[in-house]
Design a protein around this ligand. Structure first.
Ligand code: SF4
Ligand code: SF4
Length: 292
């Protein structure tokens, strides 16, 4: 009988597999964390979806900050969707890899909705990767409801695999990463985020955010991601020498209203200008559906 790796050895195998297949960060959450925290309704917890689940493996891929800063743009959309596809592929491949090692597993892919109409009817995912990433120790939830990671702030996408394997858990982040600067709330184009006096996580108007998404889908330049772009958290800002961009973000709208060709924003506005319909009536109407 084949001896398969277990415990720490299996964890090392999984981390190596994920990193070799494009993951930037990987975390492991025991399914009990959903029950202990009690934040997620029972039907949305891993064991309700896949009763054999004992561990949720959460994998993350970063989005390059200078591309996120061009939002809304065709380039941002392409990189966003490519990252989602890569994460989905990784989740399915990891599931097969674990199954081959005798560990029953189950992938939960990224944006699991089929149309904007479906989102209008029920704007809720069957499983939340943000919460999973928090329970896997990858970060903490900020005012914007995005998961902030030490490495990439919110400029990161997640996918999850449920497995019957019991794999050593990662520690939760020791403290909040959100510094309550309020930039996500003040620069949200739909005022969908409202700071709260009694906690880090703001009030979030899902309907207002969905409206923004619908507008951008119609122009094929979704997602919005302004709350992601402006968040100061993440070591990737050092890589991109972008630690002090607050003033640039805050002044962007007014500056471009006066001078759309302002040289400070030239690299963003250049990319936004091409590949996206700008004139009214030229957008593809009635096709507001996201691929996959
Ligand atoms: S994605 Fe855009 S509209 Fe939605 S909350 Fe973030 S900034 Fe606001
Ligand atoms: S922009 Fe500021 S308030 Fe919003 S999530 Fe990031 S750190 Fe928190």
């Amino acid at each position: 009988m084949t001896a398969y790796p277990e415990g720490r050895e299996l964890k090392d195998h999984v981390i190596r597999f994920c990193k070799e297949n494009g993951a930037d960060i990987v975390g492991f959450a025991p399914v009990e964390r959903w029950d202990e925290a009690g934040e997620v309704p029972p039907a949305f917890r891993p064991r309700a979806i896949f009763p054999q689940a004992r561990t949720v493996i959460v994998m993350a891929m970063s989005m390059p900050l200078p591309v996120v800063e061009t939002t809304p743009s065709a380039l941002h959309k392409e990189v966003y969707e490519t990252t989602n596809r890569q994460l989905d592929n990784l989740a399915v491949e990891l599931t097969r890899y674990l199954n081959r090692m005798g560990q029953a597993s189950f992938p939960f892919t990224r944006d699991t909705y089929t149309s904007m109409r479906a989102l209008r009817e029920e704007n809720m995912a069957a499983f939340g990767h943000v919460t999973a990433a928090k329970y896997a120790g990858l970060g903490t939830i900020g005012m914007s409801h995005c998961l902030l990671t030490p490495e990439f702030g919110p400029q990161v996408r997640f996918v999850s695999v449920f497995t019957a394997a019991q794999i050593p858990a990662d520690q939760l982040q020791p403290g909040e990463l959100c510094i309550s600067c309020g930039l996500c709330a003040s620069l949200c184009p739909k005022n969908a985020i409202r700071p709260r006096e009694d906690g880090i996580i703001g009030d979030y108007d899902k309907t207002a955010c969905l409206k923004m998404h619908e507008e951008l889908v119609a122009r094929r330049s979704h997602p919005c991601g302004v709350c992601t772009k402006v968040c100061p958290i993440g070591k990737d800002r050092l890589l991109y020498k972008s630690k002090s961009s607050r003033k640039k973000y805050v002044e962007e709208k007014d500056t471009l209203a006066i001078n759309p060709d302002d040289p400070e924003y030239q690299s963003w506005t250049h990319i936004r200008k091409y590949g996206v319909a700008h004139k009214s009536g030229s957008a593809v109407s009635g096709k507001g559906e996201k691929d996959g």
